[in-house]
Design a protein around this ligand. Structure first.
Ligand code: BGC
Length: 419
């Protein structure tokens, strides 16, 4: 049985997207080069994506019309700085119009500066290995700052820990050197870029800045707590520690990972999975919030991504109900949570394929027509009433843990860090 309780005052309710995943035609980015490389591992290119570069007004209108009050989107560095040191005022104006469209619709813009993609020139110079990458990102932040006059929430870098984790999947050779790792060196360079960026943003006076961290909700097979902590340090906690002086930290949560003596333990074959192959585990968000609070020491949190890829919108609502219920419990437990931004507003390009559908809004792949799903209206209704749903605990979640620990499946888990 679901009932509701009040959300914190001023809570942000919204949805998130990322430029490369929805805009279309991001031809000057490193990812576009990768998608079109002769020996690419990428299943299909991003192409026109959702054509949101032209249709952002409709997207923001649907979000606001449903009752949501915040929209997270990212700026494409590749468009704004098409060649090293060369700034496109027209592209800055484009993103400024997006901010204005949000403001006109009564929507709080949450602007991400870097969401996995870099300009082609930066990619060719080595991505996070380029010797001057920290200075380049500082310059990009200064450039972007020209249009951030009245923006209150800025994410510097999305999921730095995913970018470092990527190489662990042994795809560093496929991704060129853009996603190297899992090296502390790469982590430290990305952290330096983040600190350089927050330094610029702090100077503006009115911006709250932070980065977003993918929370894997590492749970230990009993007796392997130390292995769990070691496994998680360079994959997650280091990045949370870097947030301690920030104005907020973005919490991004989808799943859990059970760690045994040799790393992740596969779930039983009959576990319910989403279209990305991840365990259906809405409880993840509550755990992610508590863990983030504990490691950062209480920096304000904004849920910047949470959701599930499914073709069954009723299941999306179930998942989100469970996640929000966990969020409400975490708030009762003293967590300072400022908002919830669902991933994603639209069915989008999932870094290689359009198959995993995360959207509150479906998008026709031929016509780009938008089809709002019931989950959009459902989330908007909670937003209008500023209430959080509360559900009973799911015994299935504990049963899956017990079964996984007792008899892990032989098939390895799909790698959630592979985008
Ligand atoms: C990323 C998104 C991605 C989502 C679902 C997050 O790690 O920030 O870009 O689409 O997960 O896979």
């Amino acid at each position: 049985m679901t009932h509701t309780t009040a959300a914190p005052d001023g809570f942000l309710w919204g949805a998130s997207t990322a430029g490369h995943q929805i805009e279309g035609g991001n031809t000057n980015s490193g990812h576009w080069l990768l998608e079109h490389a002769p020996d690419t591992h990428v299943e299909e290119p991003s192409g026109d994506a959702c054509d949101s570069y032209h249709r952002y007004g409709e997207d923001i209108g649907l979000l606001a019309g449903a009752g949501l009050n915040a929209y997270r989107f990212s700026l494409e560095w590749a468009r704004i700085e098409p060649a090293k040191g060369e700034v496109s005022r027209a592209q800055l104006d484009h993103y400024r119009r997006m901010i204005d469209t949000c403001r006109d619709a009564g929507v709080e813009p949450v602007v991400t500066l870097h969401h996995f993609t870099v300009p082609a020139w930066q990619y060719q110079e080595g991505g996070w290995y380029a010797p001057d990458v920290v200075d380049r990102f500082r310059f990009f932040t200064e450039t972007a700052a020209r249009i951030l006059d009245d923006v209150s929430w800025v994410v510097t870098i999305n999921e730095p820990n995913m970018m470092v984790n990527q190489a662990e999947a042994k795809i560093d050779t496929e991704w060129g050197v853009n996603f190297p790792g899992p090296s502390p060196h790469a982590a430290q360079v990305i952290a330096a870029a983040h600190h350089a960026s927050t330094g610029v943003l702090r100077g503006l006076g009115h911006v709250r800045s932070g980065w977003t961290v993918a929370n894997q909700v590492y749970q230990a097979v009993p007796g392997y707590e130390r292995e769990r902590d070691d496994w998680g340090y360079w994959r997650e906690d280091y990045f949370l520690e870097q947030s301690r002086e920030d104005d907020f930290v973005g919490v991004q949560s989808y799943l859990r990972t059970i760690i045994g003596p040799d790393g992740p333990v596969p779930f039983p074959d009959d576990v319910e999975r989403t279209l990305t192959g991840w365990e259906y585990y809405p409880e993840a968000l509550g755990h992610a919030l508590r863990h983030t609070r504990d490691v950062t020491g209480g920096v304000p949190m904004l849920v910047t991504e949470n959701g599930m890829a499914t073709s069954d919108d009723a299941r999306r609502i179930d998942y989100t109900t469970g996640a929000l219920s966990g969020l409400a419990d975490a708030v009762d437990d003293g967590c300072d949570v400022r908002g919830y931004l669902h991933w994603s507003l639209l069915d989008n390009y999932e870094w290689g394929s359009f198959r995993p559908t995360f959207g509150l809004i479906g998008v026709d792949r031929e016509t780009f027509a938008r089809a709002p799903r019931p989950s959009l209206g459902w989330l908007g209704d909670l937003a209008r009433r500023n209430v959080l749903p509360r559900t009973a605990a799911r015994p299935e979640a504990d049963a899956v843990f017990a079964a996984t620990v007792a008899a892990p499946a032989a098939t390895p888990e799909p790698d959630p860090t592979r985008k």
